[in-house]
Design a protein around this ligand. Structure first.
Ligand code: SER
Length: 311
């Protein structure tokens, strides 16, 4: 029987939905408390409504459920973040600091913070982006997540909080729909291909971005959180690589399953965000420290997406 009592914030989100299920399968449904600002009708275990900025409620949840591990997934993503930058800073950074301050006082043993390729900016090398490099994000999402990474390092060294973090690429999965991100097109495209045989993409044809299949994103998260503390050499956030592709490359792959599929391009403000990010990631540290290896490339992912979406 697992001794972990886990809290997942943002559990209704694209990653939260699937990570909560994976944690429940591993630790038992009653040991994983899902929370979100919106109600959930499908939760297969304990669920609480939680606005991540409400410290009093957060304290109650941690105490009432005797939480030992937190996966803090609640966040506002890159595109939505630009509509309300100050709210994005509050949700992505201030709420995180509140949690860390609480955790210092409580018997919480380990805590997970998702960062992103969105921390990279115009000064970052575009190919095989190293772990340690120029980082000048252009979105408030990237700014707040980069600040979060530095706070992670600070709280780890100053207060010995066991914080672990990954810079996720764009996540693609069939179980849930992302919202408010720049990489969302790579999920939308499958749904439109199946329903309408056509998709109008908000990024240009050749915009290559780092992406990862949901199964690999979950695998990496569990590997990192299970690794012995002395294997964790990065306390800001780990680079992570799954695959890289552009809208035209994924469209070509989709045509193998739906030959009549057509893609059109109508770039909007998200193009500028994508242009500031990198194309591919060097994740040597994750590979060395906690034996990370992705299982899915573009072809294998596309096949799996169609198999699951057609069910
Ligand atoms: N998927 C995120 C976004 O597009 C990147 O981490 O905002």
């Amino acid at each position: 029987m697992s001794h972990e009592r886990i809290l997942v914030t943002g559990a209704n989100g694209q990653l939260g939905t699937v990570l909560t299920s994976a944690l429940r399968a591993k630790h038992g449904p009653s040991n994983v408390v899902a929370s979100d600002i919106k109600a959930s009708s499908t939760s297969s275990g304990p669920f609480v409504m939680l606005d991540i900025l409400n410290i009093q409620r957060l304290t109650e949840v941690i105490d009432d459920f005797r939480i030992t591990h937190i996966y803090h997934l609640a966040a506002i993503l890159s595109a939505n973040g630009e509509w309300n930058p100050i709210k994005t800073w509050n949700v992505n950074l201030n709420a995180w600091i509140n949690i860390l301050e609480l955790v210092r006082e409580k018997p919480v043993k380990k805590i997970f913070f998702p960062s992103t390729i969105g921390v990279f900016g115009d000064t970052t090398p575009k190919s095989n982006t190293p772990q340690h490099t120029a980082i000048d994000p252009v979105t408030m999402y990237g700014v707040s997540k980069r600040a979060g990474e530095m706070i992670n390092n600070y709280y780890h060294h100053k207060y010995k909080v066991d914080i672990r973090s990954i810079r996720y690429p764009g996540i693609i999965g069939y179980q849930s729909i992302p919202s408010g991100g720049t990489t969302d097109y790579a999920v939308e495209i499958f749904h439109h291909a199946i329903k309408e045989k056509t998709y109008t993409c908000f990024l240009e044809a050749g915009t290559t971005l780092p992406m990862i299949y949901i199964h690999d994103a979950i695998k990496a998260t569990l590997l990192l959180m299970d690794a012995p503390a002395d294997r964790i050499s990065i306390r800001t956030s780990y680079n992570l690589s799954g695959m890289s592709f552009s809208p035209s490359e994924i469209a070509k792959e989709i045509k193998k399953f739906i030959p009549e599929f057509e893609i059109n391009y109508q770039p909007d403000f998200r193009q500028q965000i994508a242009n500031s990010w990198t194309k591919s990631i060097d994740d040597d540290r994750a590979r060395n420290d906690w034996s990370w290896l992705p299982d899915y490339d573009l072809a294998k992912m596309t096949k799996d997406m169609f198999e699951n979406l057609s069910k």
